[in-house]
Design a protein around this ligand. Structure first.
Ligand code: SAM
Ligand code: SF4
Ligand code: SF4
Length: 332
């Protein structure tokens, strides 16, 4: 099966410092050189040759990458479904250039309390992100809120749901996962998440919560398909194996006469052999890093596969519901 998704890390720089994320501060990420736009576009062509359908442009804060509009235009022209989450801080300055280029535009927000926002994300960005969501709506986008539920933020998450209802957007609820010493939700937190998931304007992937409750990935019977399903590219033009969060290998992508070897690299014997071991390394025991599981659950058809489909259907129906409401009914 060909990989379905690419997680394209355009930059590791960020304008926030979230308590549960070390991407912008991790020593090996600091000061790395970002890839020129032409080279990023060559990699997109290679992803197309590989059969990738969805490209998630991420980071760090993807809006910090200056040539983002050019990258997105190229991705759309090649027929990819584009996805991007951002903090909303730079969005007002870039919104016009980005309009119509992101199919799944998300703003990260887990609280409606200014002080809690600052405590969690290290910057004073609450009002800015709310403004950005309203602006995106005025520009005709269909934005969503992506809310990472931590043991602290879960108890104020209902107010994020209410805000989403007022703004006429979907909120995607997801539990925090561990990759840099994060505290996870306890049983009461998971229960609260499930309660909120039934509300209007909320989408939550039930496959993730079930998978996490079942203990996550098991190395003796791996459910992870990180390499098979997802191509992970670093800002300095490497293929990361097996996943961004636990990569122990960085393979340099090369370019010859305007052609990227990323597709050949992924098909190489080395990557295909490593692929056979995905999810079986010691660091994979109990893993719930959901960035790779939505695509990992695309096969085989087990209970996670069906829960994943069920959750996608709910997400699509909630999205349709909010988009058919007239803008007069919502606060923009
Ligand atoms: C890595 S960020 C990149 C995009 C952008 N900087 C942002 O925060 O929206 C993408 C998403 O991952 C989420 N995230 C980061 N660390 C996480 C963790 N430990 N557990 C769950 N979600 C996490 C963020 O909240 C954000 O919504
Ligand atoms: S805004 Fe995104 S990339 Fe930046 S620290 Fe927070 S989660 Fe990490
Ligand atoms: S199980 Fe987790 S840590 Fe291991 S390869 Fe998959 S996503 Fe990465």
């Amino acid at each position: 099966m060909a990989p379905f998704l690419a997680n394209y890390y355009l930059t590791y720089k960020c304008n926030s410092r979230c308590t549960y994320c070390d991407i912008p501060v991790k020593a090996e990420n600091v000061g790395i050189k970002e890839t020129p736009v032409e080279v990023v576009i060559e990699n997109l062509a290679a992803l197309k040759r590989l059969g990738v359908k969805v490209v998630d442009f991420t980071g760090g804060e993807p809006l910090i990458y200056k040539e983002l509009p050019k990258v997105l235009k190229a991705a759309k022209k090649m027929g990819f479904f584009t996805s991007l989450a951002n903090t909303g801080i730079l969005y007002p300055a870039k919104a016009k250039e980005l309009t119509g280029l992101v199919d799944d535009l998300k703003f990260s927000l887990s609280t409606t309390v200014q002080e809690s926002y600052k405590k969690e994300r290290g910057v004073d960005g609450y009002e800015k992100v709310v403004e950005s969501i309203k602006l995106a709506k005025r520009l005709g986008e269909k934005p969503s809120i992506i809310a990472t539920a931590t043991p602290e933020s879960i108890w104020g998450m209902e107010s994020v749901v209410k805000l989403a209802q007022e703004l006429g957007v979907i909120v995607l609820l997801g539990p925090v996962f561990d990759y840099c010493g994060n505290d996870l939700l306890d049983e009461a937190g998971i229960k609260e998440l499930k309660r909120l998931a039934k509300m209007d304007n909320v989408a939550m992937n039930e496959a993730f919560t079930k998978f996490a409750a079942d203990g996550g990935n098991q190395t003796n019977a791996p459910r992870c398909r990180a390499i098979s399903s997802t191509i992970v590219i670093s800002p300095d033009d490497h293929l990361l194996l097996p996943c961004y969060h636990m990569h122990d290998e960085r393979l340099k992508i090369t370019h010859d006469n305007g052609v990227s070897n990323l597709d050949e690299l992924w098909r190489s014997l080395h990557v295909q052999q490593k692929r056979k071991e995905e999810g079986s390394w010691s660091f994979c025991q109990g893993c719930t890093i959901w960035c790779y599981f939505e695509s990992s659950f695309l096969w085989p058809p087990d209970e996670y596969f069906w829960l994943n489909i069920k959750s996608k259907v709910r997400w699509a129906s909630q999205k349709l519901k909010v988009s058919t409401k007239s803008d007069k009914e919502v606060l923009i």
